[in-house]
Write a protein that binds this ligand. Structure first.
Ligand SMILES: [Zn+2]
Length: 262
């Protein structure tokens, strides 16, 4: 257990200090308080970063949604051309409800594009459509991190229903039955691992999208940088989510270590 925790905590230098202070410390309350203050500062920074990324993402997509591609291709056209250019003919491009709900579903091999992306002819629509098609290409070529992410999905959906209850009960019963909180932490660690496995998958889909958009001549010198910018900010949302999950995991570990020592 500690190996996994140390590994996860190594993502954040301050997290490791907190853990070691709590684990090896001799019950100095000042160290513990320092750790608690640090983790709340960390939560504050992550919340602020999340807010900035959301605001930037909204404003960029608004801006790039009003800039049309010269060839007049819709998001659907872009996705289908990218699929065919990669020799993929068994994936369907369909329209789905909502805003920013675009995703690739490997279960039924469908690229689901939100209405503004599906029928839109903007740089933003082309970038999002190509990114989702990037996931379909990953699936077709058996890209390893995507396989790992897909394997984690059923595990995550099974544990996500119980994890918060186990942690809550674990905190309540910390003095009488400390093992329960560790079970909750192990369950929560799976979602943290999932959010970190998502990062290379997202980055790779964006790289595939941008390379193809440029090579296929969908974007030109003037609007390629706009596609790059739009997808970069979309990618940052996953980074913030992963860091938020890691900070939460560290927080639960601090509670468990603090309770064990008393
Ligand atoms: Zn994606």
């Amino acid at each position: 257990m500690m190996t996994l925790i140390s590994f996860l905590a190594s993502f954040l230098p301050s997290g490791e200090i907190i853990l070691q202070a709590n684990y090896y410390g001799n019950g100095q309350s000042s160290t513990q308080m320092g750790g608690t203050v640090l983790i709340w500062i960390l939560f504050g920074f992550i919340a602020l970063a999340g807010w900035i990324v959301q605001a930037q993402l909204q404003s960029r997509f608004k801006k790039y949604s009003s800039l049309s591609l010269r060839n007049g291709m819709t998001g659907k056209d872009v996705a289908e051309k990218m699929l065919h250019d990669h020799g993929i003919y068994d994936v369907q491009v369909i329209s789905t409800r909502g805003h920013l709900t675009d995703h690739y579903n490997p279960m039924n091999k469908t690229i689901n594009l939100s209405e503004p992306v599906y029928s839109g002819t903007s740089v933003a629509a082309a970038a999002v459509a190509a990114h989702e098609t990037g996931h379909a290409v990953q699936h077709a070529v058996g890209y390893a991190p995507l396989k790992m992410r897909s394997a984690l999905v059923p595990v995550i959906s099974a544990t996500s229903r119980w994890v918060m209850w186990v942690i809550l009960l674990g905190i309540i019963m910390l003095q009488t039955f400390p093992a329960l909180l560790w079970v909750g932490i192990a369950m929560f660690a799976l979602t943290t691992i999932f959010s970190f496995v998502t990062l290379p998958v997202e980055k790779n889909a964006t790289n595939r999208a941008l390379a193809w958009l440029s090579n296929a001549g969908i974007t030109d010198v003037s609007n390629q940088s706009q596609a790059v910018d739009a997808l970069r900010w979309a990618g940052y949302t996953y980074v913030v989510a992963a860091l938020g999950s890691l900070a939460t995991l560290i927080y639960y570990i601090m509670i468990a270590l603090g309770g064990n020592r008393r």
